[in-house]
Design a protein around this ligand. Structure first.
Ligand code: 9UX
Length: 72
């Protein structure tokens, strides 16, 4: 199955930050696509909720040093 969640990410100041977060998300088992936008401070993640939870996605973002806030 597929689900899409959007997460606000606080603290990113450059495109290198967004690339780091994208790479981390894309490397998580169960994540199909992940896009991170600097301008909107948002990540849009397509994932299989049977494999990975949105809480795990948020924890992975927090572990990169940025703050993750669930939008939807
Ligand atoms: Mo560079 Mo972006 O250290 O926050 S990765 S500024």
């Amino acid at each position: 199955s597929v689900q899409i969640c959007r997460i606000r990410i606080k603290g990113m100041t450059c495109t290198s930050c967004t690339t780091t977060v994208e790479s981390v998300l894309q490397g998580i088992h169960g994540v199909q696509t992940a896009q991170v936008a600097l301008a909107t401070e948002e990540a849009e993640i397509r994932y299989d909720p049977k494999i990975v939870s949105h809480n795990q996605l948020m924890e992975a973002i927090d572990d990169t040093g940025f703050e993750a806030i669930l939008i939807s």
